[in-house]
Every structure is written in structure tokens, then in C-alpha cells.
Design a protein around this ligand. Structure first.
Ligand code: LLP
Length: 414
């Protein structure tokens, strides 16, 4: 894990001992590394060399303002899927001209806000959405820049819940209808066709499906140009996987090189929308062992983080490595690492060989992406704190939620 490693038996984030962070900020607590984030962004960005490109970070992976701001300062663009994410990007100092707006269910209000901000492009996912966007743009006297998100019907070979580019998925417009829809888009007075977009899924660990999708997109691009459409940019989506356990995903550099090679020498600017590959391994979730519970059948470590803090294990049966913050070398047992939430699905890891005592700290690794951003208040659990380490500094980037904040919006009947 870049930026998270052991020194003298203690786990560090950059130059800071994670046990120090737990003492200072409490647990559960998300810890991110600035250096890891910056390095990941730079690897994507640099891989394009002199080619016209824009890296649009997929905000849904982790939308903390400090992270968005850090990426904005590096020149990153953003892929958003809601008006809320737009507001975050603007507040974090993101450049609206580098924002693309994806998603199958954009609401007129969200379109209005994005048009007012002057975003780079709407990734439109249906014919019905074209009509609504045209109407909203007309009301504001604006011309909306649009790409159609086409569904290239490529098997991303990833978890079915996060595979998006198969023809039976809800995403994008069917590949074989794309030309027809570009033709209808051209008829709307308040739309300007600007690009072509696709995204086939998440946590892909092989280049094959990306290259296959690029081939289909390139073929479509050539047909569209023959039909007289001007396409300024190709948005090739996100989806590059990271290592959670033994996976061997391509490096960002090789991924970008493969995309560029598959598209070949063309004038279009190339956009990508990486989320997980930028933040996933730049973050861990710190948690403390509350109780050890030994039954005749299993040994449980009940920790203070739960499925509401990190939903991926419960939702996808996802694997996150779990490491002791202080390696104490006692007697190892096979533990079920579970949270306090009242559900059997509330686990963070099954069958982990660890030497544990009550009060020990654990780091749940690779938790920077789709961790905090998918968290909830289930069981009326306030959301965790988030901190960012930077060399030997620690910055609190989100306060632990208080119970007052959690209840603030609720009202009893008169
Ligand atoms: N662009 C679009 C249109 C997307 O739908 C997504 C992710 C991305 C980009 C970024 O994909 P990434 O580079 O992060 O793979 N909650 C799941 C992942 C859901 C991904 C949804 N879309 C998880 O925890 O694995």
C-alpha cells in the first residue's frame, strides 16, 4: 500500500503512527494519504504525454471537500452524478469547465445548476433525457453541450452489481441505436453535440474489456463523422481496478497507454473518469477491537466500525485486508471481524488470522474509495471522522458526526 506501511512493528500513514491518530481523533476514523493521492493522480495525468486529455475524477468514490480540493489544485476535472456533487466540486474550487455530468436520472434542477455553472459536458443516457435537457437549456437561454453515453455491450468481467456496460444494464443508450439518437440530438435547438461517452464497469483488472470497448467506440466515432457529426472528445469512463487481495490490475500508465493506442492518432480530446484507482489505496479505516467473543464454533472480534461505515463487504462480499496497527505477535486465531450493527451481514472480514486483544487497533485497508461516500447512519450511528496525513502532519478533514447533527432534521408531530 503506497504510504501505509510498518516501521518497527507499527503501522504508519506517511510519517504518522496510526495509533496516534486513533488517540487524537477516536475511532472509527478514515485516514487518507495526501502523497498517495497526488501520486495516483499524477500517474494518470502524465501517462497521456502530449495528448490532449482530461482526467475527470469520479466524485462518487470519495467526495470529501479536501480530496476534491487537492485534486482541483492538481488540475483535475470531475465526473459528477448529482447536483450535490456539483455543489461539492464548486465549493472545493473545481473548474466547472472541467466537469462532466453522468447518470441516468438527472433532474431538471440539477441540469439548471450545471448549465448555470457552465460545465464541460452532459453525458446523456436516454432519448427522454435529451428532450428534458433541451427544454431546461432553452428556458435558461443556454446551449447544453452533450455526449451520448453508449452502452458498448462489453463484459467487464467484474462483480455483477458494478458491471455497467452490458446491454441488459440500465446504463447508456443501446449501441445499435446510437446513430439514430445522435441524429435526434442534432434536431434539438438548445443542444450542441460535443462528445461520445462510455463506461463499462468498475474494478476491472484486465485491459481486454477496455480495449474491446474502445474498438467499438472508435468504430462508432468514424460512422458518426461520416454522417457529419462533429465530435470533440471521447469520454472512456472509469473502472480501472485496484489491488484488494492478490488482484494484479494494470498500472494507470499501462491502462492509459492501452486506451490511447486503441483509439489511435485522432484529434479528439480523451477524457477518463477514474474513481477507485485514484483514492482506493490512498485510504484506510481505523477501528478498535471492542470485545473478543469466543464461542465453541467461531472466534469473533467485535470492532467499533460497522457496515454503516464501510458497506462494501456486506454489499458485495468485498475483501479488504485487515492489519493490526501494532503488530504484537501473540497467539493467532482465525477471527470473524464484525461490527456492532444488528445484522449477520455486518462483517468487515471473515476468517482473518490475527493475534488480538481487547482494545487493539486495526486498519481496514484499501478503504479510500466507496467507503465514506457510501456510509449511512444505520442503527443511529454517527458518521466516522476523516483525516488526511501529509508528511508528519495530520489534518481533520471531516469532524465525527454528532448525535445532534444526526437528529437535526427530524420533527415530531404537533
Ligand atoms: N464513471 C461512471 C459513469 C461511473 O458510473 C463510475 C462508477 C465511474 C466513472 C468510476 O468508476 P471507478 O473508476 O471508481 O471504478 N460502489 C462500488 C463501485 C460502484 C461504481 C459505480 N460507478 C464499489 O464499492 O465497488
Amino acid at each position: 500500500f503506497p504510504s501505509f506501511d510498518y516501521r518497527n512493528g507499527r503501522l504508519y500513514g506517511e510519517s504518522v503512527q496510526l495509533d496516534r491518530i486513533a488517540r487524537e481523533f477516536g475511532t472509527p476514523c478514515y485516514v487518507y494519504s495526501r502523497a498517495a493521492l497526488v501520486a495516483a493522480y499524477r500517474e494518470f495525468d502524465a501517462a497521456f504525454g502530449g495528448r490532449d486529455h482530461l482526467v475527470c475524477y469520479a466524485v462518487k468514490a470519495n467526495s470529501n471537500l479536501a480530496i476534491l480540493n487537492l485534486l482541483a489544485r492538481l488540475g483535475s476535472g470531475f465526473d459528477i452524478v448529482s447536483g450535490g456533487e456539483l455543489q461539492r466540486v464548486l465549493k472545493a474550487g473545481g473548474d466547472p469547465q472541467k466537469v462532466v455530468f453522468s447518470g441516468v436520472g438527472k433532474q431538471p434542477d440539477e441540469m439548471r445548476a450545471a448549465l448555470a455553472a457552465g460545465i464541460f459536458c452532459f453525458n446523456v443516457e436516454s432519448e427522454a433525457e435529451l428532450a428534458v435537457l433541451d427544454r431546461v437549456a432553452g428556458e435558461l437561454n443556454k446551449i447544453a453541450p452533450v455526449s451520448l453515453r453508449v452502452n458498448p455491450d462489453v463484459d467487464a468481467k467484474t462483480h455483477p452489481y458494478i458491471s455497467t456496460g452490458l446491454k441488459e444494464n440500465k446504463f447508456g443508450v443501446p449501441f445499435e441505436e446510437a446513430e439514430k439518437l445522435y441524429a435526434s440530438a442534432r434536431e434539438f435547438a438548445n443542444l450542441r453535440i460535443s462528445g461520445l461517452d462510455c463506461h463499462i464497469g468498475s474494478q476491472l483488472t484486465k485491459l481486454g474489456p477496455f480495449v474491446e470497448a474502445c474498438g467499438k467506440i472508435l468504430g462508432l466515432l468514424i460512422r458518426l463523422e461520416t454522417l457529419g457529426f462533429t465530435i470533440d472528445h471521447l469520454d472512456l469512463g472509469g473502472g480501472l481496478g485496484i489491488r484488494y487481495l492478490g488482484e494484479n490490475p494494470p498500472a494507470a500508465k499501462d491502462y492509459v497507454t492501452a486506451l490511447c493506442a486503441a483509439i489511435g492518432p485522432r484529434n479528439q480530446r480523451i477524457l477518463i473518469e477514474p474513481g477507485r484507482a485514484l483514492v482506493g489505496n490512498a485510504g484506510v479505516l481505523l477501528t478498535r477491537v471492542e470485545y473478543l467473543k469466543h464461542t465453541p464454533h467461531r472466534d469473533f472480534a467485535i470492532v467499533d466500525a460497522a457496515m454503516n461505515d464501510l458497506m462494501r463487504p456486506a454489499l458485495y462480499d468485498a475483501y479488504h485486508e485487515i492489519l493490526p496497527v501494532i503488530a504484537n505477535g501473540g497467539d493467532e486465531k482465525i477471527y470473524q471481524i464484525v461490527g456492532p450493527v444488528c445484522e449477520t451481514g455486518d462483517f468487515l472480514g471473515h476468517d482473518r488470522k490475527l493475534a488480538l486483544s481487547q482494545g487493539d487497533l486495526l486498519a481496514i485497508m484499501s478503504a479510500g474509495a466507496y467507503g465514506m461516500s457510501m456510509s449511512s447512519n444505520y442503527n443511529t450511528r454517527p458518521r466516522a471522522a476523516e483525516v488526511m496525513v501529509d508528511g508528519d502532519h495530520v489534518h481533520l478533514i471531516r469532524q465525527r458526526e454528532s448525535l445532534e447533527q444526526l437528529l437535526a432534521g427530524e420533527k415530531m408531530l404537533p
